[in-house]
Write a protein that binds this ligand. Structure first.
Ligand SMILES: [Zn+2]
Length: 102
């Protein structure tokens, strides 16, 4: 399944190929801290050291068909590794929204 519609450069949901995708948050973990950027705040918290040497960036997204997914970018020893996790949006809490219309 394609994750990018190359003719338009649009990111697609990896579960259903919808192009109605929202960016939820960006989170970076570096050494002892984790920073999450959402539509209305930036929060940095201390974390336990993870057992890997590198840094990670999570791009949390969701589509309008209630699928959520994250791309994890992990830098380790000079290379960037990409993983994608997929699931369903929680019905109990609102989906995070990175870009909010003011
Ligand atoms: Zn979807």
């Amino acid at each position: 399944m394609d994750v990018i519609r190359e003719s338009e450069g649009k990111l697609l949901c990896p579960t259903c190929s919808s192009d109605q995708v929202h960016l939820g948050f960006v989170q970076g973990e570096q050494q002892k801290f984790s920073t999450r950027i959402t539509g209305n705040r930036v929060v940095t918290l201390p974390i336990r050291l993870h057992d890997k040497d590198g840094s990670t960036v999570e791009l949390k997204m969701w589509c309008e068909n209630e699928h959520e997914f994250s791309y994890f970018l992990e830098w380790e020893q000079g290379s960037v590794y990409v993983e994608c996790s997929q699931g369903r949006l929680s019905k109990e809490k609102p989906a995070p929204e990175m870009w909010i219309r003011q």
